[in-house]
Each structure stands twice: as C-alpha cells, then as structure tokens.
Ligand binder design. Structure first.
Ligand code: ATP
Length: 484
C-alpha cells in the first residue's frame, strides 16, 4: 500500500511492539530442558536431564527464575500462550479454522501473516464468513476487548475494495482522532500488498482544498469530519460507498453529537451498501443505535458473563485516603515487574497530582487528558506505545480502545462512575481491556477508598457476575503471588 495515508502530517508509522523472543534466552544454560510457558503463563518443563551438579542446579534455578520473571512481566513473546488459547474452545481466541479456510485473497493472507497472525480469533472466524458472503451481509457484532474486532472489519473492507478504482469505496467511522489513526495503521499494515491502495484520514485538522474529489479508496475518520466530507465539502460521493463500518459503537454514542452524525452519514449511503457495527459492550442505548444504523443485521453477541476476559485478573485494594492509594500503588510497583501501566483517575486535578507524585518517585510518566489538543493526545499515546514512558495517567475517553501490547497492569485509581455517581460498567470494561490484549495476561487493580466506592465495586461485580478479590498491598508476598 504505497504512499498511503499521506494526509495526516507528521505522523510516524506504528512500530512493532518490543518483544523478547523465547529464542533469545539461549544463553541461559537450560541444559536439555525444554522450557515454555503453558496457557496460564506457568512454565512447563519437559525432558529433564537426570544427573546435574549442585552448581548446574543453581544455574538452572536462576535461569528459571529469570524466565518466570520475564513471563510475568509479559516481556516474553506470548505466541505460545496465544496458540494454546486458540485451541481452547472456551477462549475468545479459539478458532477451528485457518485464515486460508476463510478464503481471504492471497494479498490479504500475505498481510495477516506479515503481521504475525497465525490463526483467526473467534470473532474473526465467526464474523468473516458473514462479512465476505455473496451478497455481503450486514452485521452487528460484539466481542471482548482486544480479541481482534479491528482486524476483522479491516479484512472485510480490504476484501471488498477495488484498488484500481480511484474513489472512496469503504468508509470507517471511529469515535476519536486517536482511534482513527490506530485503525488506519492496521489498514496500512494489512493492505500493504495492494500497491495501488490508498487511505485518507477524515479527521479534524486535515484540510483539503474545497471542491476536490478524493481518490483514496478507503476513508477513515471521526463522524463530524466524515459528514462534512460527504455533504458540505463533497470530497466523497457517499453513493459509491460499498462498505460502511462503525467501530466502537458504545464509545461513539457516549460522545455528544456522534450518534446523530453517524445516522446522517448512514442515510446518505446506497441501500446495497454493507453496514457493519462493532462494539465491546451492548447496553440498551447501544442496541437501539445499532439497530438504527444497521438494517436487517446478522448478530453476534456475548453473554454478560463472557464480557470480561479470564486472562485479566481483577483485584481491589482498601484504602482510606488519596495518599494511601498512592502508597498502595508504590507497593505494587515495589513488588512486581510492571512492563507498562495505565492509571485512570476521575478528575484532571487528581491525574496531574498523581503524575507529578509518580515522577518524583522516579517513574517515566505520561499524562493524557481531555483539555489537550488532539494532536498532542495522539503524540502522547504514540510515545507510550513506543515505550518511551512506562506509565500513562489519564482521565479520559481518549484512552478508550487504545491498543498497546505491553500494558500489563491497569489501575483504577478512582472507580468509573457516570454523571449521577452510579457505576459505569462499560467504562470499567473498556479500561481493564487495555491490558490482556489478545491472550496476554493482565492485572486490573481497583482502589477503593470509601463505603461509596465499595458499593460501586460491589455493583460492578454483580453486573459482570465476576468476583473481584481483595488484595493487601502491604503484604509483598501476596502481591508477588498474584503476578504468578
Ligand atoms: N488473529 C490474530 N492473531 C494474532 N494477533 C491478533 C489477531 N487478531 C488481532 N490480533 C492482535 O491483537 C491485538 C488486539 O486486536 P484488536 O485491536 O483488533 O482488538 P479489538 O477487539 O478491536 O479491541 P478493542 O475492543 O479494545 O478495540 C492487536 O494488537 C492485534 O494486532
């Protein structure tokens, strides 16, 4: 996909996340043992050598402990674990099919393999045959965070697009500037074996000359700008759109105006345009919206108790003040190796205070909050993605949906509540879903500092029918155990 996406100035291409392949551990003197993590990340040994000297035993134990630590900190490539999960019928990553069996075009097969994907996840296996059917089917689909929804609809768009036709044919709406860029990167990576294919970003700040028609075959953007491009500015002829994707529908409707704008765009599209809507959660309001924008849909939906991922362990810590919460956080950092963490606060004031305190403790901290310009927010996320900062403190919806593989811990410094002070279950799910991406193990820790917040936590547990265990952050042994 040469020369694509030239329209967002100064935006660096996404780098692959840093992983240390198991093969790089060859200098650890593991003798004739084969060591690899099993589905739970535990180390499985096979073929142990019988006779070993004390010295060798000691070396082995040291190597083993280092390997365990690396696995715990998610530094080791988790390919093995993903493969195990993809064979477990209860896992959202389970798949009976291969990408070949999904009958993807050869260029797309090249694209998925170049991204390091081996097998489709459950949502990809279920959604792709529907999306690629003849005639194309409409779809409303739900799958847990980080299970490959983006890749699924990107493959659907790339399967339908005709690169030789130089006009927009696929339109994808994202709720935020950051997510539009992130999804754009996936399109670029997966579509790179289509040399003629180009992508345009319909996001704020990307100004085109009036009256111009764009030649890019795929347009990704936020609803306001896409609506302008389709109506007032006429950069896009909506009647020629073949695939319309609405991503993160739950996040979309949480933003004022996005729901109406999305519906207005949808009404401009031809009747035979394929409509696809994806979301990690489906509260009633999301359902109503989904049914308005997707006529005659096929539906893939999760049961409530399936919404949280088992690979994310959830805990709460009892504290009595903000300072105690901070101390609990420091204890966590003192006890376990945290690759990268995202910390969510209720207000900007708390977020700035916490970021400053963590910096004083020597952490490399990034602060992301709503009052920043979109370009600044995108730059902060990109630096965090590249691992330049290890902790991201944030208040805000702009952190929703961001995919950073190395995030091993999510902290709710304040629990998510809506404007009436009730538990915000959707936001909870989105927040904890920033860890445990595609089979990785994750840890979510909730700070509880009052009867009110304990009540919120209890209601969150009831909602998802999932026990959140108490963690004593003064007990270092206990903390170490949860990381195992
Ligand atoms: N079949 C696959 N094999 C291996 N990795 C995959 C596969 N599909 C997706 N991934 C990777 O898993 C991660 C999560 O995927 P993706 O962002 O598509 O999930 P999502 O369901 O859209 O998440 P969210 O709900 O948070 O937006 C990404 O880094 C992606 O590259």
């Amino acid at each position: 996909m040469a020369g694509a996406a030239g329209r967002v100035p100064g935006h660096a291409l996404r780098r692959f996340p840093i992983t240390l392949p198991v093969g790089d551990l060859s200098n650890l003197h593991l003798k004739e043992e084969k060591i690899k993590p099993d589905a739970n990340g535990a180390v499985v040994k096979t073929n142990t050598n019988a006779e070993k000297t004390d010295e060798e035993e000691k070396e082995d134990r040291a190597a083993q402990s280092l390997l365990n630590k690396l696995i715990r900190s998610n530094l080791v490539d988790n390919t093995n674990q993903v493969e195990v999960l993809q064979r477990d019928p209860n896992s959202p990553l389970y798949s009976v099919k291969s990408f070949e069996e999904l009958r993807l075009k050869p260029q797309l097969l090249q694209g998925v393999y170049a991204m390091g994907f081996n097998r489709p996840s459950k949502i990809q296996e279920n959604a792709l045959p529907l999306m690629l059917a003849e005639p194309p089917q409409n779809l409303i689909a739900q799958s847990q965070s980080g299970t490959g929804k983006t890749a699924a609809f990107v493959l659907a768009m790339l399967s339908q697009v005709e690169p030789a036709s130089k006009y927009p044919q696929c339109l994808c709406l994202s709720p935020t500037y950051e997510l539009a860029l992130q999804t754009g990167k996936v399109i670029e990576q997966m579509g790179k074996f289509y040399p003629e294919l180009k992508l345009a970003y319909a996001v704020r700040g990307n100004k085109l000359e009036r009256g111009q028609k764009i030649s890019e075959q795929i347009v990704i953007g936020t609803p306001g700008t896409v609506l302008d491009w389709c109506s007032k500015l006429k950069f896009i002829d909506p009647k020629k759109i073949k695939v319309f994707v609405l991503d993160e529908a739950d996040v979309m409707i949480a933003t004022q105006g996005h729901q109406d704008q999305s519906i207005r765009i949808q009404r401009m599209l031809p009747r035979n345009c394929q409509m696809l809507l994806f979301s990690a959660t489906f509260e009633d309001s999301v359902w109503k919206f989904a049914q308005k924008v997707v006529p005659d849909p096929n539906i893939i939906k999760l049961k409530r108790e399936e919404e949280t991922l088992d690979t994310i362990k959830q805990y709460y810590v009892l504290c009595s003040s903000r300072d105690e919460k901070f101390q609990a956080l420091c204890n966590l950092y003192g006890a376990i190796t945290i690759a990268q963490a995202m910390i969510f606060c209720h207000t900007r004031k708390t977020a700035s205070w916490l970021a400053a305190e963590l910096s004083k403790e020597g952490h490399q901290v990034a602060l992301l909050s709503g009052e920043m310009m979109v370009e600044q927010r995108a730059a902060v996320i990109e630096r965090f993605r590249e691992g330049k900062e290890k902790v991201l403190v944030t208040t805000n919806v702009c952190a929703r949906g961001i995919d950073v593989e190395q995030v091993s811990v999510v902290i709710n410094f304040d629990l998510p509540v809506d404007k009436d002070g009730n538990p915000d279950n959707e936001t909870y799910l989105h927040r904890i879903g920033r860890t445990g991406r595609f089979g990785k193990r994750g840890l979510a820790v909730n700070m509880v500092d009052s009867k009110h917040s304990m009540n919120i936590l209890n209601r969150i547990q009831e909602h998802f029918n999932k026990k959140i265990e108490r963690l004593d952050t003064d007990d270092l042994d206990e903390i170490e155990k949860i990381a195992n």
